[in-house]
Design a binder for this molecule. Structure first.
Ligand code: PMP
Length: 976
């Protein structure tokens, strides 16, 4: 049979702009400005006329008129239905027809004018968020739903883009592929796809579909977060009656260029979007990857041909580059994995691979000689055996594993999300989920075939057993391909290990012909686990791990924990472990923690852990008893403060500290009124909440202050009302006015309270002289000055231990918490003896947990570690470096309006416009979501939620600081 695609060379029409203008005038009676638009085989112009904006389309004479009529009919059909997105609407010519003709160069061209869709093609956006990919899939599906009842004689034609003809097209055009490697790849991809499709195609649904819902044909508008939202669909030129599955595959595979490293994860989102609107059958889901491969191959061979036809066309060469990327990305995913993963995502039962039945009815012989017991080991994120800090040397790892198993055989578990030994770069999702079972045994131990079969691959030893593949890796093989082995026969001996784990045999089930990894990325785990089931039952050990379920856990949280007790992120990972400045989710993925200002020492500090554990064994009671550590901690804390601040009250939290400070100030002054700065947060108790005006925490804060609270201007030199060099004095005037107002009302000021570095505004440094002038006017009126160091004290600013030092001032009362206990409840109010004594008028003071042996010891240990590990100095050095690098980013990203702060309390303020400083609030949230995907935990703060908080544990390394800046740079460059 002759191949209809051979010799179909379709050079585009070649009208110049002047001629196109004439076409527009003569056929449609319109004049306007013409701008050329790219096209594969037609010629298109955007035309701006007084009557509006249109697209003038001059068709390739190779195309049949009935096809154009079908396109027009479909567009009108969709425009008439409530599809929820826009399509171009055909415009009648002066003589009332929709497809007038024009003769040029001896050819008759069909001409159309259609309405123009505002927006940008999705192709213009580099990164496409999962929500955007789903919307793309939904749009494709809504088109298919709307076209389900559409018909037109023009849709039944032989089209090179119809996937049913993909292999003919590839055969016909393969010769245009000059690069031999590329040609080989295309040929093999096509063979794989053809074989898979042959089995499925009789069961694939057919209907009229757009068949070209790609990123160039989907028009998007940018939402407030700066993300593209698909709002329109153009170019109905490939519409045909074909497989629904090919419509989905086309919609997905064309986007791979946006994230070619994670093709399956990307396609899964598109498919989920499609499937949610137009449910797919299991056969259709199985056909998706073969169809994606076929489509990618057709696109590439067509682009190769186009480049041959039109070597000067930059458009053709660019298309080819993208098509190659798409094909390589699609080809990197085994079809079996794609099928399993997409079925799982779509909630369809996994394909019956016949293995489970066999596994449950057969028991194998031993893999290692002897009858030793098999003891499963916990190497998961929450392992007590090996934590993130234990992976320094192989001997330690070996000893830990040996100690856990005694004389038995240690077994590494299947499906476990394991901790890895390196975290400095956590941008790419690491392969943490273990596929198969590890049997630990000394180097040189003989390894036996557990079941009879034929060796099909070495190394690693792969034995075909009952039609399935059983792989034994980590073995020096003594068998070769083709050997028939009996159960119990020696096949090799345990090899030297390649990583930090001691020698072990990795036992794994594989689908025949699929090269599964030993461990996979969590996002691919469901697919891989469906393909590679647990060999534990055959080995006689129960080892399978249930994957974590962060979504189910969140459901339970929502059902029982108060909604206002908020959590970070809409869909957060389940974090169950921390180590230094990283946190780990239950899949073993590490995240750089840029938000945990409480954990100054870093997470799970061993010194704190062991001190606290010992104290719990010795004593934990309340501060009415007489014991040493309360004294030691109070002495050490007071010693860190200026001499006058010599008396300590011990509490548990920042809110309590502030609440108590309020009562102390009232008792000491006999006055009632407080002056607090706008946008600040000081706590949740009744009194500390009364002086908090952060709108982020309470949007109605300003309207609801009690009459004893006087709110003064926010001393924010970036966003506040005074921004010049005299800002300190001018903001302090606002404090002086408040003092005067209180006096005028016949009342007295008890205290002025402020964070000495404006933490809740995003780490903004107070302007020079502000605290001195403000303190002076408050003191002149008999009031006290409270420095709330709950967030910003304790060495965080690097250059100082207390943030008030930066202002060269000494407060009368200091509140301390958060860092003081590194997450254990430790808080304090430190003041002068005379002020503290005045509290006696209020009765005594007692807090059940404040100052307890446990809490005091935690406080003491934190101070010790800060000093011993030079964490303040680290905050200074790494903080300065980080500040410099973040500043440098401002040159490249206009969105960064300012970088605030000092040491390891900084803020990256995001704005829509540097002149107006309009806060980029929605963008900041979306950017944090993308940072999370890339392994960085960050959150916005300030009244507008537009400042990225930078307040990591003080043990942050320079490498991690660089990683943070590089990742932020990448996000701001590629989108979010
Ligand atoms: N003061 C400041 C400046 C704070 O940032 C906070 C907590 N964000 C508090 C007080 C209250 O501390 P806690 O959450 O320990 O009660």
């Amino acid at each position: 049979m002759s191949n209809p695609f051979v010799g179909h060379e379709l050079p585009s029409p070649a009208l110049d702009d002047a001629l196109a203008g004439q076409v527009l005038r003569d056929l449609f009676g319109l004049t306007g400005r013409l701008t050329t638009l790219g096209s594969h085989q037609d010629q298109n112009w955007r035309v701006d006329t007084r009557a509006g904006r249109f697209v003038l389309k001059v068709s390739n004479p190779g195309f049949r008129r009935s096809g154009l009529e079908a396109q027009n009919a479909a567009m009108l059909h969709l425009a008439a239905g409530a599809v929820g997105f826009d399509v171009p609407v055909p415009q009648p010519s002066s003589d009332g027809t929709l497809i007038p003709t024009w003769e040029h160069g001896g050819q008759i061209h069909d001409v159309r004018l259609v309405s123009y869709l505002e927006g940008r093609p999705l192709a213009d956006f580099d990164y496409l968020a999962p929500s955007v990919l789903r919307r793309h899939g939904e749009l494709a599906a809504r088109t298919a739903v709307a076209l389900a009842d559409f018909d037109h004689p023009g849709v039944d034609r032989i089209l090179q883009w119809d996937s049913r003809h993909a292999f003919d097209v590839i055969d016909a055009l393969l010769s245009h592929v000059a690069d031999l490697d590329e040609r080989t790849l295309i040929r093999s991809v096509a063979e794989t796809a053809r074989e898979a499709l042959d089995a499925l195609s009789p069961r694939l649904r057919m209907q009229v579909v757009h068949a070209d819902v790609t990123d160039v044909n989907v028009v998007a508008q940018v939402d407030r977060a700066g993300r593209p939202v698909p709002t329109g669909l153009i170019d109905f030129g490939d519409m045909s009656r074909t497989w629904v599955a090919s419509d989905v595959a086309t919609a997905a595979v064309g986007l791979l260029v946006h994230d070619a490293q994670r093709p399956l994860q990307l396609v899964r989102e598109v498919v989920l979007g499609y499937h949610g609107v137009m449910p797919l059958t299991a056969d259709e889901v199985d056909a998706l990857w073969p169809l994606a491969l076929a489509r990618a191959a057709v696109c590439q061979v067509s682009s190769e041909q186009q480049v041959v036809l039109d070597p000067d066309s930059e458009y053709a060469r660019m298309s080819l580059r993208m098509d190659r990327t798409n094909l390589h990305a699609a080809a990197s995913v085994p079809i079996a994995l794609a099928g399993a993963a997409l079925r799982e995502a779509a909630g369809l039962p996994s394909a019956d691979l016949g293995r489970r039945t066999m596994a449950s009815t057969r028991r194998w012989g031993a893999v290692l000689p002897g009858e030793a017991t098999l003891t499963p080991l916990d190497l998961s994120t929450t392992s007590d055996l090996l934590g993130p800090g234990d992976w320094q040397d192989a001997d330690a790892v070996r000893r830990a594993i040996a100690s856990a198993t005694g004389d038995g055989i240690a077994v590494g578990r299947h499906g476990e999300g394991r901790l890895l030994d390196t975290v400095e770069d956590c941008a790419t999702e690491p392969r943490t989920v273990h596929l198969g079972v590890d049997l630990f045994a000394p180097f040189g131990t003989p390894v036996l075939a557990p079941a009879s079969g034929v060796v099909v691959h070495v190394p690693p030893i792969t034995i075909q057993v009952d039609g399935q593949w059983l792989r034994l890796s980590g073995v020096n093989a003594s068998v070769v391909v083709g050997d028939a082995v009996e159960a119990g026969a020696v096949v090799g001996m345990v090899a030297e290990p390649t990583g930090l784990l001691p020698p072990h045999v990795h036992v794994q089930w594989l689908p025949p012909g699929v090269d599964a990894p030993d461990a996979c990325e969590p996002s691919l785990a469901a697919g891989w686990l469906a393909l590679c089931p647990d060999p534990g039952p055959e080995l006689g050990v129960s080892s399978e791990q249930q994957p974590g379920d962060p979504v189910g856990l969140m459901r339970r949280r929502d059902a029982v924990v108060a909604g206002v007790q908020e959590h970070y992120f809409t869909s957060p990972p389940e974090i169950e472990r921390g180590w230094r400045h990283h946190l780990y989710d239950t899949d073993g993925r590490a995240y750089l923690d840029m938000v945990n200002n409480v954990a100054v020492l870093g997470h799970s500090h061993p010194a704190l852990e062991s001190a606290v554990a010992r104290q719990l064994r010795m004593l934990n009671t309340n501060s009415r008893f007489h014991y040493g550590v309360i004294v030691e901690f109070a002495e050490r804390l007071a010693a860190r403060l200026p001499e006058s601040l010599d008396t300590v009250f011990l509490v548990s939290t920042g809110s309590e500290a502030v609440d108590l400070a309020i009562r102390i100030a009232r008792a000491a002054t006999g006055n009632e009124h407080f002056i607090a700065v706008r946008s600040a947060y000081h706590g949740w108790t009744f009194a500390s909440d009364a002086i908090s005006t952060s709108l982020a925490d309470n949007p109605r804060a300003l309207e609801t202050r009690p009459e004893w609270v006087h709110v003064v201007e926010s001393p924010n030199t970036y966003r506040g009302i005074h921004r010049g060099t005299d800002a300190g004095a001018r903001y302090a005037d606002s404090v002086a006015h408040a003092v005067a107002d209180v006096a005028t009302a016949g009342a007295g000021v008890a205290a002025f309270i402020a964070e000495p570095l404006y933490g809740n505004a995003g780490g903004v440094l107070l302007p020079d002289g502000y605290l001195s002038a403000a303190y002076a006017s408050v003191r002149a009126a008999g009031g006290l000055c409270i420095a709330d160091e709950v967030q910003v004290g304790y060495g965080r600013t690097g250059h100082h231990f207390w943030a008030f030092e930066q202002q060269g001032e000494v407060p009368d009362i200091v509140t301390v918490a958060k860092a003081a206990g590194n997450g254990i409840a430790v808080g304090a109010v430190v003041t002068r003896r005379d002020i503290a004594d005045a509290f006696a008028s209020q009765g005594s003071f007692f807090s059940s947990v404040g100052g307890s042996p446990l809490s005091a010891l935690a406080g003491l240990t934190v101070l010790d570690v800060i000093e011993r590990e030079h964490l303040q100095e680290n905050a200074r050095d790494v903080g300065d470096h980080l500040h410099g690098r973040l500043w440098a980013l401002m040159d490249r990203h206009a969105m960064i309006g300012a970088v605030h702060g000092l040491g390891l309390y900084q803020g990256v303020e995001l704005v829509r416009d540097r002149e107006t400083r309009e806060p980029a609030t929605e963008e900041a949230w979306a950017i944090c979501d993308r940072l999370l995907e890339l392994g960085v935990l960050a959150q916005p703060t300030s009244d507008h939620y537009n400042v990225l908080k930078v307040k990591p544990p003080l043990c942050l390394t320079r490498a991690s600081a660089d990683f943070f800046v590089d990742t932020l740079d990448h996000v701001l460059s590629t989108g979010w």
